[in-house]
Ligand binder design. Sequence first.
Ligand code: UDP
Ligand code: MG
Length: 310
Amino acid sequence: MKLSFICPCYNEEGNVKPFLDLIEKNFPITEEYEIVFINDGSSDGTLERLKSLKNSSRSNIKIINFSRNFGKESAMYAGLEHSCGDYISIIDVDLQQDPAIVKQMVEILDRTPNADCVCACQENRHEGKFTTACKSAFYKLADKFTDISFENGASDFRTFRKSVKTAILSLGEYHRFSKGIFSWVGFNTVYIQYTANERNSGKSSFNFFKLLKYGINGIVAFSTAPLKFASVVGGVAILFSIIYMIVTLIRKLVSNINVDGFTQLVILIAFLGGVQLFTIGIIGEYLAKNYIETKKRPIYIAKEIIDYDK
Ligand code: UDP
Ligand code: MG
C-alpha cells in the first residue's frame, strides 16, 4: 500500500461524501491507497454516512469509531496506529485542505529521498485578524520558551514516510500536541505554502478559547519554563533585598542616618520572600524533571541504523 489518508471526523455528515469524491478524483487507482476515517464521537449522522460509503463497494476504507469525542489529537493517533501505507497523509474532511496538494506532497517525497515529511503552511487564513495575530504570537512564544522550533502557520496537514509515523507513535503521551511532536521527532521536513478553502459544510469546532487551551497545553507539554518562573522572581527579590541592604548600610556608615523600622522590614520581607520563592523554584525544577520522565518519551530516535554486513 503506497498511501494512507488519516481523516479525523467530528460532526462531518455533510462533508464525508464530497471529500471522498474529491479524493477519488485526484487518486483514481483505489488499490494504491487506503482511507482511515476516525469518527470522533460525532453526534450527527457521520458514522452512518461512512458505513454506507464503505458498503457501496469502497473496499479501501477503514472506519475507527470512537466511544465518545476524544479530540482531533487522539483521532490522529488512532489513525496512525491503524494505517499501513508507506506514506501517510493527515487531512481534514471539511474540504478546507485540497487533496490535490497531497498529490504534490507525494511527488515531493517520491523525488526527494532525503525528505521525510512535507508540511503545508497556511498562507492566507480565513479567520479574523485578532485570531491570526494571536496564533503568530503563540508561535513566537512557543519558539522562545520550548526547546523545539515552531514554523509559523505549520498545520497538521502533512504527508510523511512510515519512519516518521513510527517515531510519532513512540511518543505515547496522553496530552498530545502534534505540532510540537512533529518538531520533537526531527526528520527532514519540506514546507510548502497553501491557502485553506472555506469549510464545505458545518462549522469549525475550534473557537478562540479552545485554541487558547490547546496553545497553553502545547507550551506546557514542551516546556518546563513556567515551573522555573518562581526561581527567577525569587532570585530577583533576593538580589533587590541585598542591594537595598548594602545601600542602607553604606548610608548609615557614611552619613550616619538612622535606619528606620520600615526599611528594615522591606529588606527582611524581600529577602525572606525571595528565599521562599527560590526554594519553590528548586522544587519546580525537580517537578519539571519528573514531569518529562513520566511522559516516557524515547531517549532518541534514529532515522536509520547502518549495520555492518553479517
Ligand atoms: N475534529 C475531530 N475531533 C474534534 C474536533 C475536530 O476529529 O474534536 C476534526 C474535524 O472533523 C476536522 C478536523 O478535525 O476534520 C479539523 O477540525 P475543524 O475543521 O473544526 O478545525 P479548523 O479547520 O477550524 O482548525
Ligand atoms: Mg476545518
